[in-house]
Ligand binder design. Sequence first.
Ligand SMILES: Cc1ncc(C[n+]2csc(CCOP(=O)(O)OP(=O)(O)O)c2C)c(N)n1
Length: 339
Amino acid sequence: MTQPADSTSHTGLNAEDLLAVDREQWLQMYEQMLTIRVFEEHVNELYTSAKMPGLAHLYSGEEAIAVGVCAALRRDDYITSTHRGHGHCLAKGAQVDRMFAELLGKATGYCQGKGGSMHIADPETGNLGANAIVGGSAGIATGAAWSAKMRGTDQVAVCFFGEGALGQGLLYEVMNMAQLWQLPVIYVCEHNQYNEYTHFSESTAGDVAARPRAFGIHTEELDGQDVRLIYLTLRRLVERARRGAGPAFVLCHTYRYLGHHVGDIKRDYYRSKAEEQHWRTERDPLALLSSWLVERQLADASMFDQLEREVRRTVETAVAFALNAPFPDPSEAEQHVYA
Ligand SMILES: Cc1ncc(C[n+]2csc(CCOP(=O)(O)OP(=O)(O)O)c2C)c(N)n1
């Protein structure tokens, strides 16, 4: 039996639910978002100073989604990620130094330097891998959820993807299966409005939330800049999936501050500076969380300065580790290559 369709749009938060979460947990989420932000500043710097091969797609502006979702998961739960995946990996527990090493093609990286920015996987933290094929990981996440169900574990799989993946047929095939078989998978759509250099409205017809709803999948639409809302919603949906109540779809409205990739510098032909500025100044996920914590007297402003100094130190140490790490031996070129 399939569940009836349900779609909820959240704009507010329940004060009781918010205060039931430990202050330390909110601070930890802030630190994780900041780590992702600072990590990516350094990625940009490594790319522009020609120290990093290939390309990187930065996640700045979208941190609340990765952090809020992964804070609701256990270490043995699964995620699959995208070409814009650094935030997902870090939020699921990857180490900053091994991430930089991977981006620089070094032997100490998560894939011994063979994956680079768009293909980081870390089975130890349940990260089944980033995927440069738009929508490509939907099958992997759904398969992982099916496997968990067949093995009788209570693991949950989360599939992150951008709204560009809504144009991929695979997503609809697997959502259909997930609902029919009541699989413990949560589809998290990071709706940042742009598919490369095209506004989504030029490529995506109709009401996005109506698509999963058409399969009877429980669907919720969220402010993707509010880590509190993401975390509290996902905690509920993860618990729901764990007890066998089936898949969910979460549509998170967000914005990428920077270009589609690190080389996309001149963007005014497809979006305005005023639009970018609006999201940075009014909708920043770090500022939203820190000002709430200060307002509620759960933290004072100086704590965030101290935290920033610590995070910057950790990230800088990790960059130095990666720059000094060895490249893999050329004799290993064909190892771990399956295609
Ligand atoms: C199947 C496929 N088609 C096209 C591309 C080229 N491509 C890379 S990223 C991208 C846009 C993706 O937009 P979205 O899914 O919204 O994610 P975002 O980049 O906004 O995070 C495209 C078209 C690709 N990698 N894979």
